[in-house]
Write a protein that binds this ligand. Structure first.
Ligand SMILES: *Cc1c(COP(=O)(O)O)cnc(C)c1O
Length: 235
């Protein structure tokens, strides 16, 4: 078995154990394997092992990697987990099955406009900046309710909430806050938890965990600056 497939099996077992131990367990928790910075040769062992749900944080990188894989492996579900600029919206809609980073009214309106022109919209998560970090994307917790109302008024397929807690903080209060916001607004899906904290997120009801380095190993130093968390910053 490849290293990636071994790690996958291990993470899936930990996810199920954490879910069963939760006080209010989610009906299911989906592993979004975060493949940013890794080439198709690293992704292939997971596809061979039957895994189908992946996350990418950059539209351009995803377009270079995934169309060929989607042709070869039916049933792939691709999540966008990085910030979405409106000038990349059409490219994103052409490839992604889920967009986790709706974070502003302007983007909600642009999505509705594309839908009205005939585009099929993917399921959407609202990204909430639970740590209110100025450099990070996401709607502030106090502004989240009005963006939820706006998205619903536009009949967008809003299904859940997503957060990335501050890197150096205890993530638990952030998971609790996101879970409460989702409950208060009857949103069924919760994307929270990464390699270092996904079990804690599952205890708070995560339906999706986004795990990269625990499956693929560390990302290359050179790309680290351009990737993921650094990339999930407001521009
Ligand atoms: C990179 C990234 C992850 C995965 O982080 P790991 O710590 O490698 O598991 C999860 N979510 C987002 C938004 C990311 O950019």
């Amino acid at each position: 078995m490849s290293l990636e497939a071994e790690n996958l099996a291990h993470i899936l077992a930990r996810i199920e154990a954490a879910r069963k131990a939760a006080i209010r367990p989610a009906a299911s928790t989906t592993l979004v394997a975060v493949s940013k910075t890794h080439g198709p040769e690293r992704v292939q062992p997971l596809l061979d092992a039957g895994h189908r749900v992946f996350g990418e944080n950059r539209v351009r990188e995803a377009h270079a990697k995934w169309p060929a894989l989607k042709d070869r492996f039916p049933g792939i579900v691709l999540h966008l987990i990085g910030p979405l600029q409106t000038n990349k919206l059409r490219d994103a809609l052409a490839l992604f099955d889920v967009i986790e980073t709706l974070d502003r009214p302007r983007l909600a309106e642009a999505l509705a406009q594309e839908r009205d022109r005939g585009a099929r919209l993917p399921d959407l998560f609202l990204q909430v900046n639970t740590g209110e970090e100025p450099q990070k994307a996401g709607v502030a917790p106090l502004e989240a309710p009005s963006l939820i109302v706006r998205a619903r008024a536009l009949s967008l397929p809003l299904k859940g909430l997503m957060c990335i807690p501050p890197a150096d903080a205890d993530p638990v209060p952030h998971f609790a806050l996101l879970a409460k916001l989702a409950r208060d607004h009857a949103l069924p899906l919760l994307s929270m938890g990464m390699s270092g904290d996904f079990e804690r997120a599952i205890r708070f009801g995560a339906t999706h965990v986004r795990v990269g380095s625990a499956i693929f190993g560390p990302r290359l130093q050179l790309s680290e600056k351009k990737d993921g968390l650094a990339d999930n910053e407001r521009r």
